[in-house]
Design a protein around this ligand. Structure first.
Ligand SMILES: Nc1nc2c(ncn2[C@@H]2O[C@H](COP(=O)(O)OP(=O)(O)O)[C@@H](O)[C@H]2O)c(=O)[nH]1
Ligand SMILES: [Mg+2]
Length: 621
């Protein structure tokens, strides 16, 4: 695990080569980024498990001792006994999960951590400790996982290897000498790091008493047209075989194992999956809603003998931003419903609920962990499910105190009643890591976004950890980009939602061709409403394609117009293909065009794709 871009997927490549998991002719950079979207964006979105085998030629005595622990039977058919360890060249099975590093995908990281014994914490030798280095480390420490710290990219001319090692050592409270130095590019130090994983991370241990009560934790899943729901599991106890009857303990769903196996990283069928293994189980279940991340799978037999106990499971993540998705074609509603169900299997952080809009028809209100998450989901719906969508402006959740003094949650500005006492908005706690020379710029930025700066702490001599609080709506929109720009790209940040606070907020409406576009309304600070409205219609003008008529764009607060722009008509020459003669046909066509324009104008219906909304959200404040 690491902050985004510190080299996790590239280091995984070297491990795959070293262990000959992927043949040389099939190797490509960031091999574990299997989705086309990941490859295009150059970032990891999904965690990806893979099983590797590695032989140590000259095992160190230390390793031998570790493995002599009782019950370290971690491979079916391979029992580690003292005699095995005496022969040089013991083979080890390693289950690796490559994780994403972007803050929007932290839920992926936390689910992966529940399936493993330890982590490699990677830090870029040039960039040093960044926000997700800290937040992920905290997650691993909470799980009590063994952490192996390593500095990556030591080949870079700008590498600050010595300092970064010191920073990491201070953070972890260990001597600098315990920090590994690697280059995932040149392969330097990679072998020692892999061997350290074997040496330092304990093999899976099993509680003898539970060996018979089979249990496997579902940490992820995907939908396959033939195999149904394929769950990704970490087996904690017992052994699962093909055709075994199983039960999902929380959902109380019974089924049979169609197929099971390991990740290479492609699915590779196996006869069985034993305790300690990470692998997949094809359940044959076709209803996507049946399986949730955090489920425990047990053999039906154990359940009937009352031996099965559910494993810890996961906390559901809290969405921070909501947008509504409507199919462009109303008849695609069912298709969208099925698509969201299938996507949720593969993205446990997704939440959604059916919704109806007067203008946009039937759709879903969808919750996301951030704007990048929103962007990824709308893109996956388009690519993987062939859906053309219309979306509403992404918004954080607000609360209002009604006239009667009751507290209500508002997911969309349209839900704002005419009268209310006050609006409360969510606030976020921020952790910003920045070189000290940018402290005043960062403070100014927090201030400009209605936030307040808290305590600061040095992490080594080159970096400061700054705590701050700010309204969530400011944080999710463009705070991060601004932070990057005022610190020349050096700062990073992490945030979590804290509480709700009262603020002077108003509803800003957008009218296109005279009628309100219900998906474009937003809640904004009263003091910023005028400027925001002006910017919004201006940006909208740039984003919308011209129609055959003049389109007037307006912004309004409390039914008062505060800004206006016009998109000039682009008159399509519908008669162009008619040469001379036949005047009456020409006239007819012109007549038809006029009528079409009128209809369009009357309906004022301008449908916006999700990409336009996401761009609108990125308007610089
Ligand atoms: N110079 C150098 N570049 C590296 C090294 N490791 C990774 N990179 C580059 O850093 C970028 C991010 O790598 P990636 O593996 O996708 O990072 P991830 O987001 O942590 O998975 C890519 O352009 C890699 O080629 C390294 O050891 N040295
Ligand atoms: Mg990656």
């Amino acid at each position: 695990m690491a902050h985004v871009n510190h080299g996790k997927s590239t280091l995984a490549d070297r491990f795959l080569e070293l262990t000959q998991t992927v043949p040389a002719n099939k190797m490509r950079p960031q091999y574990l980024d299997q989705m086309s979207l990941e490859r295009e964006l150059g970032i990891t979105i999904k965690m990806q498990p893979v099983q590797m085998r590695y032989k140590i030629r000259n095992p160190k005595s230390e390793i031998l001792n570790k493995l002599q622990a009782p019950n370290s039977k971690f491979q079916t058919g391979l029992e580690i006994r003292n005699s095995d360890l005496e022969i040089a060249g013991s083979e080890y099975i390693l289950n690796l999960i490559d994780t994403p590093g972007h803050v929007d995908f932290s839920y992926e990281v936390s689910r992966a951590l529940a399936a493993v014994e330890g982590v490699v914490l990677l830090v870029d030798a040039q960039k040093g400790i960044q926000a997700q280095t800290l937040s992920h480390l905290h997650l691993a420490q909470k799980q009590g996982l063994t952490t192996i710290p390593a500095v990556n990219k030591i080949d870079l001319p700008q590498a600050r290897t010595i300092q970064v090692k010191k920073e990491l050592a201070t953070l972890l409270g260990v001597p600098s000498t315990e920090i590994f130095e690697v280059s995932a590019k040149t392969n330097q130090g990679v072998k020692s790091l892999l061997e350290a994983v074997i040496e330092k991370i304990p093999p899976p241990s099993f509680d003898e008493g539970r060996l018979s009560a089979s249990s496997a934790l579902v940490f992820d899943s995907l939908y396959d047209a033939f195999k149904g729901i394929v769950v990704h599991v970490r087996v904690f106890s017992g052994t699962f075989k093909k055709n075994d009857k199983i039960i999902l303990l929380r959902g109380q769903i019974k089924t049979e194992i169609l197929e099971l196996g390991i990740f290479e990283p492609e699915l590779k069928p196996q006869p069985e999956l034993g305790a300690g293994f990470i692998g997949y189980i094809a359940t044959g279940l076709k209803e996507p809603g049946l399986v949730k991340a955090g489920e425990t799978i047990s053999l039906l037999e154990d359940f009937q003998n009352k031996k099965s106990r559910p494993l810890g499971g996961y906390q559901e993540p809290q969405p921070v931003v909501f947008a509504s998705f409507f199919p462009k074609d109303d008849s695609d509603f069912e298709k969208l419903k099925v698509a969201l169900g299938k996507l949720k299997l593969n993205d446990a952080s997704l939440t959604y609920e059916a919704e109806r809009s007067l203008v946009l028809g039937r759709g879903f209100k969808v919750g996301f962990l951030g704007l990048l998450h929103l962007e990824i989901i709308s893109e996956r719906l388009r690519r993987e499910f062939n859906l053309e969508l219309v979306a509403t402006t992404p918004l954080v959740v607000y609360k209002i105190i009604t006239k009667q003094g009751k507290e209500e949650t508002i997911y969309s500005p349209l839900q704002l009643p005419l009268g209310y006492q006050k609006i409360l908005e969510p606030w976020a706690q921020l952790e910003i890591i920045t070189p000290p020379q940018y402290l005043s710029s960062v403070t100014k930025l927090v201030d400009k976004n209605r936030g307040v700066v808290g305590e600061t702490k040095y992490l080594g001599s080159d970096y400061l950890l700054l705590k701050a609080e700010a309204p969530l709506s400011e944080v999710i929109v463009n705070f991060f980009d601004q932070l990057k720009s005022v610190t020349s790209g050096f700062a990073s940040m992490n945030y979590k939602v804290a509480d709700f606070r009262a603020a002077d907020l108003v509803k800003l409406d957008i009218l296109v061709a005279g009628s309100l576009v219900d998906g474009l309304s937003r809640i904004v600070p009263a003091a910023k409403a005028y400027l925001e409205g002006k910017r919004f219609v201006k940006r909208l003008k740039e984003l919308l394609p011209p129609e055959q008529f003049n389109v007037i764009l307006q912004a309004a607060v409390d039914s008062k117009i505060i800004a206006r722009e016009t998109i000039k008509a682009s008159r399509k020459d519908v008669t162009g293909y008619l040469y001379g003669g036949d005047y009456s046909r020409k006239a007819k066509l012109l007549q038809k065009q006029k009528k079409g324009k009128k209809e369009l104008q009357a309906r004022g219906k301008v449908r916006l794709p999700p990409s336009v909304f996401i761009k609108l959200m990125r308007v610089q404040a």
